[in-house]
Ligand binder design. Structure first.
Ligand code: 5GP
Length: 191
């Protein structure tokens, strides 16, 4: 992605944080309370989890299709994560920004770094766990990954947490309600 996007500060928000930190619950609650926010739906080569719906949680695509999106500059950013590819479709984000909606991207570290380059005005929030032990407990408690995937995700989590100082703000996800309120303040949705 080379083109830069000219937008008001705070219009585009990036939420990043290690797998299992509870970004999903935070984002769901944020959207529930603020219907005007538009959450980007990513493309991924990962297999759907039980209950995940194509076009709602992700666009589940084959590797070839993902490569095509990359080759055609169809993605605002993309990254490999735990052996799968994830990326943000470019056009819908631009469209929603042009229409004036607050846009939210929930993406991992490499993607956040790419957005920082292409769109320095985006506000970047890092969601951290209260402790690494608590993160491991949450990932295991979710029961969606096998041992190998858990190991990979925990290793990646260490790298992500050590990069948290690159972000505009760090939020500790200890209490869902308070964490959502902090994000709302940072996004200028509440005083
Ligand atoms: P999961 O497999 O648990 O749904 O997601 C794994 C990781 O990929 C999470 O950290 C999530 O934030 C990240 N992710 C989801 N969509 C995207 C995307 O479009 N781009 C990037 N870079 N990361 C994404």
């Amino acid at each position: 992605m080379t083109a830069t996007i000219d937008l008001e500060r705070g219009r585009l928000t990036v939420i990043t944080g290690p797998s299992g930190v509870g970004k999903g619950s935070l984002v769901n609650e944020l959207l529930e309370r603020n219907r005007e926010i538009w959450l980007s739906i990513s493309a991924t080569t990962r297999a759907p989890r039980v209950g995940e719906v194509n076009g709602e949680h992700y666009f589940f695509v084959e590797k070839d299709e993902f490569n095509e999106l990359v080759a055609n500059r169809g993605l605002l950013e993309w990254a490999e994560f735990s052996g799968n590819f994830y990326g943000t479709p470019h056009k819908p984000v631009m469209k929603k920004l042009q229409l004036g909606f607050p846009v939210l991207l929930e993406i991992e570290l490499e993607g956040a770094r790419q957005v920082r380059k292409s769109c320095p005005e985006a506000f970047q929030i890092f969601v951290a766990p209260p402790s690494f032990e608590e993160l491991e407990r949450r990932i295991r408690g979710r029961g969606t990954e096998n041992e190998q995937a858990i190991f990979k995700r925990l290793a990646r989590a260490k790298d992500e947490i050590s990069a948290s100082n690159e972000f505009n703000a760090v939020i500790i996800n200890d209490n869902l309600n308070l964490a959502v309120q902090e994000i709302e303040k940072l996004m200028g949705l509440i005083a």
